[in-house]
Design a protein around this ligand. Structure first.
Ligand SMILES: [Fe+2]
Length: 303
């Protein structure tokens, strides 16, 4: 790999304000973290896996133990839509929530970011995607249960507008940065092999794209390298044996490191090409990336 720290006349900005609480069992600290940000949390989850795994109960216990009330918003689909965000925001307002917890895969956390903006904004969330600047947002705590999007370490929330068949990132720092993220590898233990594999490839492509992109800089390169090495070492192991704790931990860190890499470096044409694919076809983001990666990587080798 090129050493991006050896450049001359470097000029770059770096900003990553999210406190990351990384380690086994740290879901138990959710209540303490949340209590520093609010008193009544909207807990945004997907379609039931965090219920089945017990993660939701543990999260609710932790919140209750710290004196934080919780309202659960359940049913976020794999590609969260502006309509789902609207429903979540409406619930947050009617329940007078002052905090949003995103517990689940990237879709739940991204939806939580959208809800946090829409709940206190006076416009539909898509206006904030396309250019309107929020004046405020509820604080978000991100608790990822997959090693995939890295949304816990950046201000991006990928949302879909089904009316115009468009998928774009809500990217409104500082409001869409989580105010804190809990990255607990234990939460990934129940992820099935296929999901582990494709979300792990999302990690790889975040790191690769940030590294080769024209906004790469030393911090981006360092985080990307951590992520690429982590995927190379641990992804196969995590797919073959989901109970391999060292591999799960390695992938959780690779995911967060890749999230930090795209925080500074962004993504490139591969993610740009993928978003229309998973908007128009019934595939996940990671499946779309895998399908497009062959031609993209051949293009990279050529340039
Ligand atoms: Fe991605």
């Amino acid at each position: 790999m090129d050493d991006h720290s050896l450049g001359v006349l470097m000029k770059f900005d770096h900003y990553m304000p999210v406190p990351i609480h990384f380690g086994w069992g740290r879901l138990s600290e959710l209540g303490e973290v949340a209590a520093s940000l609010g008193r009544r949390a909207l807990v945004v989850i997907g379609r039931g896996s965090v219920r089945r795994s017990g993660a939701l109960d543990r999260a609710l216990d932790s919140l209750k133990g710290a004196g934080v009330e919780a309202v659960v918003f359940e049913g976020v689909p794999p590609n969260p839509t502006s309509m789902v965000v609207y429903e979540g925001a409406r619930l947050a307002r009617s329940e007078r929530c002052d905090l949003v917890v995103g517990l689940g895969g990237g879709s739940s956390v991204d939806c939580a970011k959208g809800v946090a903006v829409a709940a206190v904004g006076d416009r539909p969330v898509w206006d904030y995607v396309t250019g309107e600047l929020p004046k405020k947002a509820l604080p978000v705590v991100a608790v990822p249960t997959t090693a995939g999007t890295g949304t816990e370490a950046n201000p991006y929330a990928v949302l879909t507008n089904p009316d115009i068949k468009e998928k774009r990132a809500l990217n409104r720092p500082p409001f869409t940065y989580p105010r804190a993220s809990i990255v607990d590898p234990e939460l990934t233990l129940s992820l099935p092999p296929r999901q582990t594999a494709i979300t792990g490839m999302d990690v790889l492509f975040h790191a690769l794209e940030a590294f080769v992109g024209n906004r790469s800089q030393p911090v981006v390169a360092a985080m990307a390298e951590q992520a690429i090495r982590g995927v190379a070492r641990f992804l196969r192991r995590a797919v073959r044996d989901g109970a391999d704790r060292e591999a799960r931990e390695g992938m959780s860190w690779a995911c967060t490191a890749a999230g930090m890499a795209i925080n500074g470096g962004g993504t490139t044409a591969l993610h740009g090409m993928e978003h229309p694919v998973s908007t128009h076809l019934d595939v996940s983001h990671a499946e779309g990336l895998c399908a497009l990666s062959g031609p993209y990587l051949r293009y990279l080798v050529d340039v």
